[in-house]
Design a protein around this ligand. Structure first.
Ligand code: KIV
Length: 280
């Protein structure tokens, strides 16, 4: 524990830059301060999360199965994600807004990756992009960072490769840990400003966090990462069904919405709404 104000307290907020930029996140790592990232796909959550002091918002390809009704992240397209990124960046003043590059929009070549990232910058106001993959993504990360586009790398379990990986499985167990550490270092050298690590053993998360100078962001990567990320619908309890083991639910917004919708229907049925006060 540290004696400074928690990063999200009003006191600390005074000290934060008016626009969250990459050097600030790197300074937090040097100071041993933890930070968080949340997904956001619309204007209201973006504004609320920014008000809460969340420094980084990710418009994840998880919109595929959290907004668009698909089963996996594979289906979502660049054209579907662009308006969501635009809504989040237009609704925030200080948060760093990261656009997730969807499956098929960057793997073919560094040039394809660059063209897609440019669309998210020019057409939607993104400040950085995220892409999934290890050593094979080094040329893409080099191309983007040399062109002035900050990249968050994403290693470990990479949902866009779920069919190749044989489903949702923890990565980097046993001897495979070395591969992940090498990937993280190579992506840092290529210019990635942060490394997101999904579903890897805690010890591997610690080793990677200690091996790179850039911040690590964990989701199912244990306690030692520099930052943590959650999908907001998991964090706030919007979705039904069992949560993944790595997620934590901080409120039960689904029950609140359910009750509100039922109360509305009930009041109309009872002739209790609208009243004179709601009428012209
Ligand atoms: O798209 C997404 O939500 C992600 C998570 C791992 C945070 O990439």
């Amino acid at each position: 524990m540290h004696e400074q104000h928690p990063p999200y307290s009003p006191e600390a907020r005074e000290l934060r830059p008016s626009r969250i930029r990459i050097p600030y996140l790197q300074k937090l790592k040097q100071q041993g301060r933890k930070w968080v990232m949340l997904t956001s796909y619309d204007m209201y959550t973006a504004a609320i999360f920014e008000e809460a002091g969340i420094p980084v918002l990710l418009v994840g390809d998880s919109a595929s199965n959290n907004v668009f009704g698909n089963q996996t992240t594979l289906d979502v397209t660049v054209d579907e994600l662009l308006p969501l990124v635009r809504a989040v960046s237009k609704s925030t003043q200080s948060a760093l807004v990261i656009a997730d590059l969807p499956f098929g929009s960057y793997q073919a070549s560094p040039e394809q990756c660059f063209q897609t990232a440019v669309r998210f910058f020019k057409e939607a106001g993104a400040h950085a992009v995220k892409l999934e993959g290890g050593l094979e993504m080094v040329p893409q990360v080099e191309k983007l960072t040399r062109s002035g586009i900050p990249v968050m790398a994403h290693i470990g379990f990479t949902p866009q490769m779920e069919h190749q990986l044989g489903g949702y499985r923890v990565q980097g167990r046993g001897a495979d840990a070395k591969r992940l550490i090498a990937e993280a270092k190579a992506l840092e050298t290529a210019g990635a400003f942060a490394i997101l690590m999904e579903m890897i053993p805690e010890e591997v998360g610690r080793l990677i966090t200690e091996s790179v100078k850039v911040p690590t962001v964990g989701i199912g990567a244990g306690r030692h990462c520099d930052a943590q990320v959650l999908v907001w619908q998991d964090m706030a309890g919007l979705r039904s069904g069992q949560l993944p083991r790595f997620a934590k639910q901080y409120c039960d917004i689904r029950s609140m919405l359910l009750q509100a919708a039922q109360a509305f229907a009930q009041e109309v049925d009872n002739h209790d709404f609208p009243t004179m006060g709601h009428s012209f």
